[in-house]
Structure formats: structure tokens, C-alpha cells
Design a protein around this ligand. Structure first.
Ligand SMILES: Cc1cc2nc3c(=O)[nH]c(=O)nc-3n(C[C@H](O)[C@H](O)[C@H](O)COP(=O)(O)OP(=O)(O)OC[C@H]3O[C@@H](n4cnc5c(N)ncnc54)[C@H](O)[C@@H]3O)c2cc1C
Length: 494
């Protein structure tokens, strides 16, 4: 890749260049309209964009990036803006490249079991298109009615069924990408012995380029599916039941827990699912496979729940009853809107066996900061979502929420976990990166980013803390570890 120097920023000239090929209706500069793009699902932070471009094709994305680069203007791709780590927030007055109009499923190949799509395709629309061919797109974020597959790729998103089927990265066959210098390339399976460039790109949160097309893997729809709901007298008992299920060798498609506050919010909302209001927690389990496999798995799950003194156990086989049980889980974040105006959804990961103990510590953090804290999480993956309800208009509340969030992330890392299971690092956790990466590893990531984006224009201010940040943290990796990794990555990039 030829290194390019960053030009002096000139937004006015950029605008003139854009107006030569983009209709005025697809260039947003009005501050009121731009304000719609100043945040995403992480409403704790806001930053106004320099402008917004509504793009409709890969060629337009390429041209837009080239224009930004030529005029030294930073840019940030945006799908549906449902991200929860602030990834699409336009720091440094970046221009937002809105990809939501690139929403076509271009082709479904039932023989290869793949779909070729544009990045703005909504996750659930892809699954519906696959279903018409008897297939399924497995990663199913709870936001799947709104979020785009481009956003899923950028965040390496998960979802309840990723416990069995794996995160987005497991489902990417190839990607067409506009790199931060405006060149276009295909990222596909590598030849033997070479590292996989798709693994580098998936989860890169708009910092290494923009996915303009993807070929994703589809899976067969299961022969049979059963959803089970168990309610418990304590959250700890529900967590222990999950450990028992895993220890017994079962591998359900999904293992999800909702706590009492979430159950109450769900049951008072349009997402009402019939969850028992006397429970401290419910565990939602989905089994899929042959009828025989489902019976075996149900017996394991039921025994695990009984051993933890479950209050009730319900099974649902028909689609309507199953959909009802899932409605509460999928609508849980939306239902929390009844508790407060804003919701900060944290995303830490801990070893599954330590779920109960970690949640107890997290609960105390919420109490100490006098905050309403609820939990709904992918228990099978040890992926916690402690949720803090608050009012973003109140600066004092925001400060308490940020302080509590910081403590919660530290607890997850101390327990042997990490910063994100699926929502990414973005702006939210950028300054926590030193908790899990040493200075050498952070320097490697910076070098990688500089190699791909020498002008530093792609989604600035995200994921990697500034050089000073990591030096201040004072963490040191084993001598030479960063150098070695950097060399390997540079080899991959050719
Ligand atoms: C109610 C709710 C429930 C959620 N549940 C889940 C869940 O279960 N699992 C989960 O993983 N997440 C969940 N999320 C988070 C969010 O929906 C996901 O991170 C999703 O993948 C974001 O998609 P998006 O289209 O909204 O992306 P955006 O928010 O628009 O962007 C996210 C990031 O991706 C980058 N980006 C977007 N498109 C591209 C592209 N084509 N190429 C390169 N970079 C790009 C952006 O720059 C940004 O950094 C939830 C969010 C909400 C609000």
C-alpha cells in the first residue's frame, strides 16, 4: 500500500467536489438534520458531524472516501446507528457516510448456501430472504429488526443463537471493502499458511475501511426447535443452572437470562411475554435439531433447573408460543424505556462459572452509585449486559453512570473476562483498552491502523487510545511481542 500524507482539512472544497456528482438531496449540511447523526445507541456521548452523505452504491462509497481523503476530511460509515459503543459517533466533525440505502439482497445461492448482500441490509430482512429458500442467517442480534449486516460485520455482532452458531465472523465468506485511501479490494479465504484478512476486518468498527458488499454463509433451518422457560427464586440460581447445563454436555442454541427488574419492565410493556412476576430471574433456553436430540436436551435442561430449585418450567414447540417467549427477551432493552429515558447497556464478558459472583459485585456498584441497574444477558457465552437506566439530560446522573460503568468493566476484567462480547469498543471503551492489552499490543494495533489508514481519517478517535494513553497506563508486554505481531500483520497486508 502506498503511504499517503494527510492533506490540510478543507470541508468547503470537499462540499464542492461532492456536489459535482451527488444530488443535493443526498448531502445533508443543515445542523438540525445533522443532529440526527450526532449519536448512536450510546446516548451518553454526542458529536455533530461535518456533514452527512446518503450513499446508494459501492461506487459512490468509493468516490466519497476518495473525496474525503483528497480534502483531508475524516469520515465514519454508519448503518442503522444502533451501535451501543459509540462507534458511529462522528468525532472530529467527521462526515457520516450513511449506508442504510444500500439495502439489497443481491443473490441467494441455495446450493452454496450463501447470500450476496449490500451492507445496509437489515439483519432480519436477510434472514427472511434466506427463509424463503429454507435457509437461515444465524447471527441474530436483539436489534435485528433495525441493525444492518454492515454494522454487524464492523462490530462482529452476536445474538442469542450465536452461543451455538458463532458470532458474525464465523459467517463471512468474503467481503468487498473500500479501504481508507479509497481503493477497493476483496477480502476472501487465504491460501494455506496465510492469515485471514477477513478476521482482521470483521470487528474493525469502521477504522480499517468500509464493507460495500458481503457474501455471507447461510445454514439449514433446524428440523425442530423447542423453547424452554424456567423461573428461579434468585439470579444466582439461574446462573448456576446454566453451568449445570454446560457441565452435563448439552449445547443448546441459546441460553439467556433476564433478572427481576427486566421481567417487570417487559411484562408492563408491549413486549409482554407471560414471564412470571414472582421470579427473581428467568432462563430462556432454545434447543434445536432432530426430535430425539431435542427430547434429550430438554431432559438435561429440566434436571439442571430442578437441581437449582426452579419455580416453574414451561416448554413451547409451536412457532406462536415460541415467538411469545422470545418477544420479551428481544424487546427487553426497548421495554427498559419504561424505567427511564436513557439506557446504558454495558457489555462485559466473564468466565461462565463466575457469572453469579460477578453479578453480585455489579449489583453493589449500582447500589453505591444510587442507580437503577438491571441485567439481561447471553448467559451461555458469559456475556453480561448490566443496564443502567438514567436521564442523559442530567449531567450529574451521567457522571454517576460513567463511574459505575468504569467499575463494572474493571470487575469483569479482574474476574478473568474482557471488555466486550459483541458491542465493540468504539468510543465507550477506548480508554479501557489498557486493562486487557499491554503497551506493546496497543502499539501493534496502532501500527496496523496506520498501515491501512496512513492519513488517519477513518473513524478517528475510536477503539485505540491515544499514544499518550497507553504510555500513561504504564503496562508493558513481553519484550518484542508487539514487534512480532506487527510484522505478521504487515505480512498479511502484503
Ligand atoms: C435494542 C438493541 C439491542 C441490541 N442487541 C444486540 C445483540 O444482541 N448483539 C449485538 O451484537 N449487538 C446488539 N446491539 C448493538 C447493535 O445493534 C450492533 O452493534 C449492530 O451490529 C450495529 O449495527 P448498525 O447497522 O446499527 O451499525 P451502526 O451503529 O451504524 O455502526 C456500528 C459501527 O459499525 C461501523 N459500520 C457500519 N457500517 C459499516 C460498514 N458497512 N463497513 C464498515 N464499518 C461499518 C460504524 O462506523 C460503527 O463503528 C443492540 C442494540 C440495540 C439498540
Amino acid at each position: 500500500m502506498t503511504p499517503i500524507r494527510r492533506r490540510r482539512r478543507d470541508d468547503r472544497r470537499l462540499l464542492r467536489a461532492l456536489e459535482r456528482w451527488l444530488p443535493p438531496s443526498r448531502i445533508i449540511r443543515d445542523p438540525g438534520e445533522c443532529a440526527l447523526y450526532d449519536t448512536d445507541g450510546l446516548t451518553l456521548h454526542r458529536a455533530p458531524p461535518g456533514g452527512v452523505l446518503l450513499l446508494e452504491s459501492a461506487d459512490e462509497v468509493e468516490e466519497a472516501v476518495r473525496c474525503c481523503v483528497s480534502h483531508g476530511v475524516p469520515f465514519v460509515p454508519r448503518g442503522a446507528g444502533t451501535g451501543l459503543s459509540g462507534g458511529a459517533i462522528p468525532l472530529d466533525h467527521a462526515w457520516v457516510l450513511d449506508l442504510s440505502r444500500m439495502d439489497r439482497v443481491l443473490e441467494i445461492d441455495p446450493l452454496e448456501r450463501t447470500a450476496r448482500i449490500e451492507p445496509g441490509v437489515v439483519n432480519l430482512d436477510l434472514d427472511r430472504a434466506a427463509a424463503a429458500q429454507g435457509l437461515r442467517y444465524a447471527p441474530d442480534p436483539s436489534s435485528q429488526r433495525a441493525c444492518t449486516v454492515g454494522g454487524n460485520i464492523a462490530e462482529n455482532s452476536g445474538g442469542p443463537h450465536c452461543f451455538r452458531h458463532g458470532m458474525t465472523t464465523r459467517h463471512i465468506e468474503s467481503l468487498e471493502v473500500v479501504l481508507p485511501d479509497g481503493t477497493r479490494t476483496i477480502l476472501a479465504a487465504p491460501s494455506p499458511g496465510r492469515a485471514d484478512p477477513r478476521g482482521l476486518f470483521v470487528g474493525s468498527e469502521g477504522t480499517l475501511g468500509i464493507a460495500v458488499e458481503a457474501t455471507v454463509a447461510l445454514v439449514a433451518r433446524p428440523e425442530a426447535v423447542r423453547t424452554q422457560l424456567a423461573s428461579f427464586p434468585s439470579l444466582a440460581a439461574a446462573c448456576r443452572a446454566v453451568s449445570r447445563v454446560i457441565a452435563a454436555g448439552a449445547r443448546p442454541a441459546a441460553l439467556e437470562i433476564l433478572d427481576r427488574l427486566t421481567i417487570k419492565a417487559v411484562e408492563a410493556s408491549v413486549f409482554r411475554a407471560g414471564y412470571p412476576l414472582d421470579a427473581e430471574a428467568v432462563l430462556l433456553v432454545e434447543a434445536e435439531g432432530s426430535a430425539e436430540e431435542i427430547e434429550q436436551e430438554t431432559a438435561v435442561v429440566q434436571a439442571a433447573c430442578e437441581a437449582e430449585a426452579a419455580l416453574a418450567f414451561e416448554t413451547a414447540d409451536d412457532p406462536v408460543a415460541r415467538e411469545r417467549l422470545w418477544r420479551g427477551r428481544k424487546g427487553a432493552f426497548g421495554a427498559m424505556g419504561r424505567v427511564a429515558r436513557d439506557l446504558y447497556v454495558l457489555d462485559g464478558v466473564v468466565p461462565r462459572t463466575r457469572l453469579a459472583e460477578v453479578i453480585e459485585r455489579i449489583t453493589k456498584v449500582g447500589e453505591r452509585h444510587d442507580l437503577v441497574l438491571s441485567n439481561v444477558f447471553h448467559a451461555g457465552d458469559g456475556n453480561l449486559h448490566p443496564n443502567l437506566s438514567f436521564d442523559a439530560r442530567d449531567p450529574e446522573q451521567c457522571a454517576r453512570v460513567l463511574a459505575a460503568g468504569d467499575e463494572i468493566l474493571r470487575i469483569c476484567v479482574e474476574a478473568g473476562g474482557t471488555l466486550s462480547g459483541e458491542h465493540g469498543i468504539g468510543l465507550e471503551k477506548r480508554d479501557h483498552m489498557h486493562l486487557v492489552f499491554d503497551a506493546g499490543e496497543l502499539a501493534t494495533q496502532e501500527r496496523l491502523r496506520a498501515a491501512v489508514d496512513p492519513a488517519g481519517l477513518a473513524n478517528p478517535g475510536k477503539v485505540i487510545p491515544g499514544g499518550r494513553g497507553c504510555v500513561e497506563a504504564g503496562h508493558r508486554g513481553p519484550p518484542g511481542s508487539g514487534e512480532r505481531t506487527a510484522r505478521r500483520i504487515e505480512e498479511v497486508l502484503g
